[in-house]
Design a protein around this ligand. Structure first.
Ligand SMILES: NC(=O)c1ccc[n+]([C@@H]2O[C@H](COP(=O)([O-])OP(=O)(O)OC[C@H]3O[C@@H](n4cnc5c(N)ncnc54)[C@H](OP(=O)(O)O)[C@@H]3O)[C@@H](O)[C@H]2O)c1
Length: 361
């Protein structure tokens, strides 16, 4: 065991995203998972015993977690907070409860990186997509000052639906994207399900995902916002209209996007900007950082779920079908892996960034 590693707990370790965290954190150079926690339903058993028939992600249950006894998130929070420096929060319960639990850990000096939406609109909580708004980590200093915390903090990831198109809009920021119409075609793992647990999704499309459209329209405005007077001022130069649809796909959220830019541009210029884009967090050399953040695919039938969702281990975004549009300026299709880039992988990258910037040392 490497004592220099940061001790980590996973809250919601039995769920779809908890499982993905466990897979991605195996042999991680910065983090050592020492606590797995879930509800009273799973607590008290070893992870292997509890998950024997529940493990649904494609990788095997890693050996390193098999004998860890699952703790109960609420009842054991005092004990857990003494064992860890950082928790990844991936619980599915009511927002009020999640807010309370995440605040508890932060007050106790534990860093909280959350996948949940509970704190996304808390004023002094940053919502960070590392390649897009890494400078919003400054909000952690403000949060600590406001709340008298020395070590703890809460930061959140944005919703999985926005990852692909927000990444592309960031790369094209100089062209000043101002109006976006997006239809996201979202995989069933985004609801923590597979085809066994959601058979109604076989050969089906459901044109509604609760609260998803509001998140898809508003969260990018916080991410593209700026810190003014110790608060995030939402980006006022961008309007987004979103339709979110559940499709019969296991992993991978695809977005069909139409965009207007303030600056006049051409397909050639957009493609060049994507190809030449310098990843702003490359300098930190983070273990989960994709070498290529956004990749433009020339072929007219790409990106595809099967061929492209795992680009850069699921941490990269692919874009294709870029064309001039008769109504908007341009249209394109973008794709991101929802449980990797959109959830566990994105949260781990964010935690790595916080280590590199000294918030977890
Ligand atoms: N799936 C995605 O692509 C995705 C993407 C971005 C964000 N998210 C967010 O990530 C979170 C987890 O999503 P998921 O898909 O992994 O959900 P999930 O598969 O339903 O897992 C939920 C987890 O929460 C735990 N939990 C439920 N009630 C609890 C309670 N009362 N106390 C303690 N733990 C409790 C469950 O433990 P038990 O097994 O013991 O019940 C389980 O570990 C959600 O907030 C979701 O919105 C998901």
């Amino acid at each position: 065991m490497n004592n220099k590693k940061i001790k980590v707990g996973i809250l919601g370790a039995t769920g779809m995203i908890g499982q993905k965290f466990i897979s991605l954190l195996e042999n991680h150079p910065f983090f050592e998972v020492v606590v797995l926690a879930a509800s009273v339903r799973s607590a008290g058993k070893t992870y292997e015993k509890e998950m024997k028939d529940r493990w649904i992600v494609s990788e095997e249950i890693p050996n390193y977690v098999k004998n860890i006894v699952i703790e109960e998130v609420e009842r054991n929070k005092r004990k857990i907070s003494r064992k860890v420096d950082l928790v990844f929060s991936a619980m599915n319960m009511n927002s009020e409860k999640i807010r309370e639990i995440e605040l508890y850990y932060a007050q106790k000096g534990v860093g909280v990186v959350s996948n949940n939406s509970a704190h996304r609109w808390t004023e002094d909580v940053a919502m960070i997509l590392p390649e897009v708004n890494e400078h919003h980590t400054d909000l952690i200093d403000i949060q600590r000052k406001n709340r008298g915390w020395q070590k703890g903090f809460i930061v959140v990831k944005s919703n999985c639906s926005i990852q692909s198109y927000v990444s592309v809009l960031r790369v094209l920021k100089d062209l000043e994207p101002c109006e976006v119409i997006v239809t996201s075609m979202q995989a069933i793992s985004g609801a923590g399900k597979n085809f066994d647990s959601w058979p109604e999704m076989v050969d089906n499309i459901i044109p509604y995902i609760e609260k998803e459209e509001e998140k898809s329209e508003k969260e990018p405005l916080k991410i593209f916002g700026e810190i003014v007077d110790e608060k995030i001022q939402l980006c006022s130069n961008l309007k987004i209209s979103a339709t979110c649809v559940r499709v019969p796909i296991l992993d991978g959220h695809m977005a069909n996007v139409r965009v207007n830019f303030k600056k006049k541009t051409s397909k050639k210029e957009i493609v060049e900007k994507i190809k030449k884009y310098q990843n702003p967090i490359e300098k930190y050399n983070l273990p989960s950082s994709p070498k290529e953040f956004v990749k433009y695919l020339e072929q007219e039938n790409r990106p595809q779920i099967q061929l492209d969702k795992n680009f850069e281990g699921g941490m990269g975004v692919t874009i294709g079908r870029l064309e001039k549009d008769d109504i908007a300026d341009f249209k394109f299709i973008s794709l991101a892996h929802n449980t990797v880039r959109g959830a566990a992988g994105g949260a781990i990258l964010l935690a790595e960034l916080l280590v590199a910037k000294g918030y977890l040392n």
